[in-house]
Design a protein around this ligand. Structure first.
Ligand code: FES
Ligand SMILES: [Fe+2]
Length: 454
């Protein structure tokens, strides 16, 4: 089903509509995409003390993420090894142990089975508790962001993020204080396939001036100029798009990190105060990225907007529905008033009832459920914007597209999605490491452009 160009055609830059609808595709995704990728679980700031825990999901699997006494983090499947009941029903808290509701089996903070009611009298000393701990998943952390993975053969989190770390460090480390997430997350149900928001956040700069035309006009600030996609906009000077080895990518709008913050204190002042330090640490290109607005997705299902500072996880609920979890992303060392201002603006724009969130939600639902029709579903979708106007760049890692309004990172996301569906294991993915970007055929785009400018 997936070994040809049917689901994703990297040459024609098109995808089958089945990718948003088909149950077999979805089941394969659960196994080969979600089962083998590093998935966002939480941020250290959400569970700062030993004993703190949060419950979350890895795709449809319920997971407990628990802060250990030694400061590390462990994650295990939130399902009792006795008769399968969910172990913990709280969203978060601090617990010495987790006790199953059904028959009272007790799991430690590390997921080990530590106590069983009537163990001696009714199991007659035959129960091997050491073999009946909750099932663990791998946990690794990058700059405070905690990820889990269900595949023992997957590369480390650092390798998985790969060259995308060059970009992430700019903001996840920034001037030195790093970021934190404000929780608990807002949660909502959206009737769409999980890839629709992921592809939107990874690189759909095209929809901003159209879908959000009304809201941008209301909000004001620099982004209001994008409303309506006026033909006189300097599209090639507005920013770039990036895609990297494992499908992570983003689009950046230059000088727009504080654009939706109409007041110029708080977040805008924080950026102005810290940008020089970022430039000293990371160089001029990343200083420019630091003050740009990013729409970003980390493959497969975690997205954020830097500038607007909303942080999303798209938990799939079957092929046609997702649970959206929305956090606010703030600089760890900002003062309380600035954090509160950022949270207010993020909620106003991309909270569950946010103005821009509402604009997007309707399209995401429509783009999924229109495929209910058999004739419709037989067709394809196009993502060819900017083909050939992209390539390797002397400074920026990955493949760089010429404008933030393009589909370079879109194509990069689906290129890797198909690679994961086709690959029998991570060894097959790694074997393609030196050749992954060959689908971006204009190798000289940036060299020619830079030479022409000199
Ligand atoms: S199902 Fe959990 S104790 Fe029986
Ligand atoms: Fe949008």
């Amino acid at each position: 089903m997936t070994e040809d160009a049917h689901l994703v055609d990297n040459v024609e830059s098109s995808q089958s509509r089945e990718i948003f609808w088909d149950k077999d595709v979805y089941n394969l995704e659960l196994e080969r995409v979600f089962g083998r990728s590093w998935l966002f679980l939480g941020h250290e700031s959400l569970l700062p003390k030993p004993g703190d825990f949060i419950t979350t999901y890895m795709a449809e699997d319920k997971v407990i993420l628990s802060h250990q006494q030694d400061g590390s983090f462990r994650a295990f499947i939130n399902s009792c090894t006795h008769r399968g009941n969910q172990i913990c029903h709280a969203d978060s808290g601090n617990a010495k142990a987790f006790v199953c509701n059904y028959h009272g089996w007790v799991y430690g903070q590390d997921g080990r089975l530590v106590d069983v009611p009537l163990e001696t009298r009714c199991y007659h000393g035959q129960l091997d508790k050491a073999k009946l701990g909750a099932k663990h998943v791998r946990v690794e952390t990058y700059k405070g962001f905690i990820f889990g993975c269900g595949d023992a053969d997957a590369p480390s989190l650092e390798e998985y993020l790969g060259e995308f770390r060059w970009y992430l460090d700019t903001i996840w480390e920034g001037a030195g204080g790093g970021l934190e997430l404000l929780g608990p997350p807002m949660k909502s149900i959206l009737a769409c396939n999980w890839k629709v928001p992921t592809e939107n956040f990874v690189g759909d700069g095209y929809h901003v001036g159209w879908t959000h035309a009304g809201a941008l006009g209301q909000i004001g600030g620099e982004l209001a100029g994008l409303a309506g996609n006026r033909a006189d906009m300097p599209f090639e000077e507005l920013g770039f798009q990036f895609t990297t080895r494992h499908g992570h990518g983003f689009g950046v709008i230059n000088n727009a990190a504080a654009a939706i913050h109409v007041k110029r204190d708080g977040w805008a002042k924080y950026l102005a105060d810290t940008r020089a330090e970022v430039g000293r640490k990371f160089g001029p290109e990343r200083e420019e990225l630091y003050v740009g607005h990013w729409n970003c997705s980390i493959f497969p299902s975690c997205s954020f907007l830097y500038g607007t500072n909303t942080f999303k996880v798209w938990h799939p609920r079957g092929p046609h529905e997702i649970e959206v979890w929305t956090y606010t992303m703030v600089p760890r060392d900002a003062d309380a008033a600035t954090k509160s201002m950022i949270q207010r603006e993020a909620t106003r724009s991309f909270g569950t009832a946010g103005t821009l969130e509402s604009d997007d939600g309707e399209n995401m639902s429509s783009a999924t459920h229109v495929n209910r029709g058999n004739i419709t579903r037989d067709g394809r979708m196009d993502s060819s914007m900017g083909v050939g106007f992209e390539g390797p760049h002397p400074v920026y890692p990955g493949i760089v597209g010429s404008s933030f309004i393009g589909e370079t990172s879109h194509r990069g996301f689906y290129r890797f999605w198909k690679e994961m569906l086709d690959a029998p294991d991570w060894a097959a993915v790694k074997a393609n490491d030196d050749n992954w970007d060959s689908v971006f055929t204009n190798r000289d785009y940036w060299a020619d452009k830079i030479e022409a400018a000199e």
